[in-house]
Design a protein around this ligand. Sequence first.
Ligand code: PRT
Ligand code: ZN
Length: 222
Amino acid sequence: MLIDADRLHIAIQKNGRLSDTSRELLKDAGLRLQNGRNALTARVDNFPADIMFVRDDDIPTFVADGVCEFGIVGGNVLEEFRLASAEPAVEVVAPLGTARCSLKLAAPESFDWQGPQSLAGQRIATSYPRITERWLADQGIAATVVKMNGAVELAPRLRIAPFICDLVSTGATLEANGLRAVADVFDSEAVLIRTTREIGVTRSALGEALLSRIQGVLTTKD
Ligand code: PRT
Ligand code: ZN
């Protein structure tokens, strides 16, 4: 797609826990999307913007690279991206209050947890290695972090690692896998992000207009 200088490009998750609320927010802000569910992009027919439907993990990169001026992503994914980048050219412009969850350290239910020192020299499986490593450093604990891209809660059973650091909302998944949360590592919610790259006068003005519409929606929801 041609990235034209007089339109905004907004990245949202294609399918997943952020998709419905992201679409809803844009709709409540008055943006009418032309394409249906299965398209990879959608033109907005009453505002100069195009929507890109992507994997959530790609959203911070797209916004930092300036491919999209705006994006909606989980604070956890954004934080992991920031810790991985030398100069992450992205800023949070609005916390959205949706997709709330916490990255938690969990141990087998039967484990005699004595506090973070119980992790010394142990292995911890997670999809968020940098956030986990930062937390360990803050606690002054040396442990081995093992990156998994999914099914992290299976790690103890598969003997990959006795501990995990994973997202929790209800806690049902931990319980179903014989695990219990022992420490809070990072609290997350969906956030609206904007590129800090130079985007020119027209798109800057469009960005301000979009942001004020979104802030209007968020205020009425408070
Ligand atoms: O395909 P794509 O890469 O785009 O999506 P994804 O599969 O990586 O992400 P997705 O849609 O599962 O989650 C997107 C974002 O939603 C996450 O990055 C978080 O910011 C947020 N979120 C909120 C959650 C949860 N709640 C959540 N509960 N993400 C994942 N979970 C997992 C949790 O890890 C557990 O395995 O859902 C499972 C159920 O949780 P419990 O505690 O309710 O049992
Ligand atoms: Zn993802």
